[in-house]
Design a protein around this ligand. Structure first.
Ligand SMILES: Nc1ncnc2c1ncn2[C@@H]1O[C@H](COP(=O)(O)OP(=O)(O)OP(=O)(O)O)[C@@H](O)[C@H]1O
Ligand SMILES: CC(C)(CO)[C@@H](O)C(=O)[O-]
Ligand code: BAL
Length: 277
């Protein structure tokens, strides 16, 4: 049985009655197979699974898509039922931020300033603030996040470490369409032509990841992106797995963000560099 609740009081009551390990999957709704993979892993690892659905205004910039972000709660609850989720917590804005925007928010630090943070000022402060609130409200033992949002996952892991929040953060590999496109709620904004152009992102990452030195990785990926006129690259970056400078040898991460029409998409893959490859 999947219960749907909207208030913190209802959440607290359900949480108090839960036994065993509590697992949380946080989402902004418009659930797809990527979210469902997180729920399945949470179901395997947790005894009581909570999915949160909240489009967090704090993490959207003034010219971003907060107003048009898809809101599909009835279908989302059905997806949660199919994945045997115990509780869906879908608060409204006043329930999450009583009295308006919070005066005290989290600072994402230097890792929050690069890549996504450089293009979306304030995004990670808003994201970490709501994630911290949801961890406190759910008192989860386990929290699952997708690698698709790789910098988000890195920052949440760092926050949990630095603030000594007693939760285990678990990253789940990116779920893709058969043709390689990373699943994302924002894919539904794409026209058929834009969707074709968007394939350049995963294609570029795949070709880049097939190389073994940093220069060739970036050249191979960069060429594919440059050859697709429907894609405007925001960044293409090769880093170490913690988003620091790429090593000459060993595990690395290749990340891309680009606009396809009016839609901003992100993706990333692991890369093995140098002698380790
Ligand atoms: N394709 C995917 N594979 C694995 N996890 C995913 C995928 N897409 C989203 N997630 C994860 O689901 C959680 C909720 O993400 P969110 O609701 O923002 O979905 P989204 O599809 O990433 O949406 P958006 O298009 O707004 O970025 C996050 O931990 C995110 O990383
Ligand atoms: C983690 C999250 C639910 C916080 O609003 C959001 O950033 C997302 O959906 O990835
Ligand atoms: N999926 C990450 C949340 C965001 O883009 O705001």
């Amino acid at each position: 049985m999947t219960a749907l609740v909207h208030t913190r009081a209802e959440l607290a009551a359900a949480r108090a009655a839960a036994s065993g390990r509590v697992a949380v999957v946080m989402t902004m709704g418009a659930l797809h197979e990527g979210h469902r993979r997180l729920m399945r892993v949470a179901r395997e690892r947790g005894d009581f699974v909570i999915v949160t659905v909240f489009v967090n205004p704090l993490q959207f910039g003034p010219n971003e898509d907060f107003d048009k972000y898809p809101r599909t709660l009835a279908a989302d609850v059905e997806a949660c039922r199919a994945e045997r989720v115990d509780l869906v917590f879908a608060p409204d804005r006043d329930e999450m931020y009583p009295g308006g925007s919070p005066q005290v928010t989290l600072n994402a630090g230097p890792l929050g300033e690069i890549l996504e943070g450089a293009s979306r000022p304030g995004h990670f402060a808003g994201m970490l603030t709501v994630v911290a609130k949801l961890l406190l409200l759910t008192r989860a033992d386990l929290a699952f996040f997708g690698e698709k949002d790789f910098q988000q996952l890195a920052l949440i892991t760092r926050m949990v470490h630095d603030l000594e929040i007693g939760v285990e953060v678990i990253g789940v590999p990116t779920v893709r369409e058969d043709d390689g496109l990373a699943l994302s709620s924002r894919n539904r904004y794409l026209s058929a032509g834009e969707r074709r152009a968007a394939l350049a992102l995963s294609h570029a990452l795949r070709e880049g990841a097939a190389q073994t030195d940093a220069r060739s990785v970036l050249e191979a990926a960069g060429k594919i992106l440059a050859d697709e006129p429907g894609v405007r690259v925001d960044y293409l970056a090769l880093t170490d797995p913690l988003l620091g400078p790429a090593p000459a040898d060993g595990p690395a991460r290749l990340l891309v963000a680009a606009k396809v029409g009016a839609t901003r998409l992100i993706d990333n893959v692991p890369v093995l560099l140098g002698k380790a490859a």
